[in-house]
Design a protein around this ligand. Structure first.
Ligand code: JAH
Length: 241
């Protein structure tokens, strides 16, 4: 996969691509990344990228020309998705991450100021995504969230030991709690069963934790989750208690 990012703040992406899972994925050539400064595609001597809103109102709007020209300067693959990060977009989740991971090329457009000229969403973007209902100062942090969730789904990016299919939100329920040494810390002990070495009992305890926590914290997830008859029984029991 190749990912291009259009932004007024390219430096914001340095830390993300220089560390951890991304750095490894890039070094292994599983993914390549281009970060482009929108300002480099404005032609006037002040490198103007924004202007006052037609019709009046507070703040500034990102002009269309530098964004169109930046994208036209990028060699597009046939199955590219051109994504505008915006609070008006479809709400991002694991299913959209999965869907985006099937493309060979993603272009992410990060807006700033009070927004982006509407002609970018009408005539340039092929997709619009929001990571949640809150106001950010720009699309950069949202773009980082999207690419993190997508890149870890690409074949070979996670070690073979970790399957992305085991994660919360893939199975549609929350994960069971994890513990490591020491067995007792400040008087707080790890649940006995995890030290028992009885793998059948451990698996059953974990399945119960998954249901309990999901019911307690995110009950709406259980409506869509794929559950075994035993799990459905447990939900009934816990809902009555
Ligand atoms: C803010 C352009 N889904 C969160 C999100 C995404 C983008 C923006 N805000 C929130 C944003 C300012 C300018 C985009």
């Amino acid at each position: 996969m190749h990912i291009d990012i259009l932004t007024l703040f390219p430096q914001m992406f340095q830390g993300v691509f220089d560390s951890g899972i991304f750095k490894r994925a890039i070094d292994q050539k599983l993914v390549s990344v281009g970060v482009h400064n929108i300002r480099d595609y404005s032609h006037d001597k002040h490198h103007t990228v924004d202007d006052y809103p037609y019709g009046g109102g507070a703040g500034m709007v990102l002009k269309p020309e530098p964004i169109f020209e930046a994208i036209e300067s990028i060699k597009r693959e046939a199955d590219v998705s051109i994504i505008l990060l915006t609070p008006q977009g479809r709400l991002f989740g694991q299913q959209i991450a999965q869907e985006l991971s099937q493309h060979s090329h993603l272009i992410l457009i990060c807006g700033r100021y009070e927004g982006v000229d509407e002609r970018v969403s009408e005539h340039l973007a092929t997709d619009e995504i929001s990571i949640g209902d809150y106001v950010l100062s720009g699309g950069e942090l949202a773009a980082m969230v999207v690419i993190d969730a997508v890149v870890r789904l690409l074949p070979g990016v996670l070690g073979s030991a970790t399957s992305p299919l085991d994660d919360s939100h893939v199975a549609g329920v929350l994960e069971y709690p994890q513990y490591t040494r020491p067995a007792t810390y400040r008087g707080w002990s790890v649940p006995e069963v995890l030290l028992s070495g009885n793998h059948a009992q451990i698996a059953s305890w974990r399945r119960e934790q998954v249901i309990r926590r999901t019911l307690e914290r995110r009950p709406e997830l259980l409506d869509k989750a794929e559950l075994s008859p035993e799990e459905k029984n447990l939900i009934q029991k816990l809902r009555q208690a």
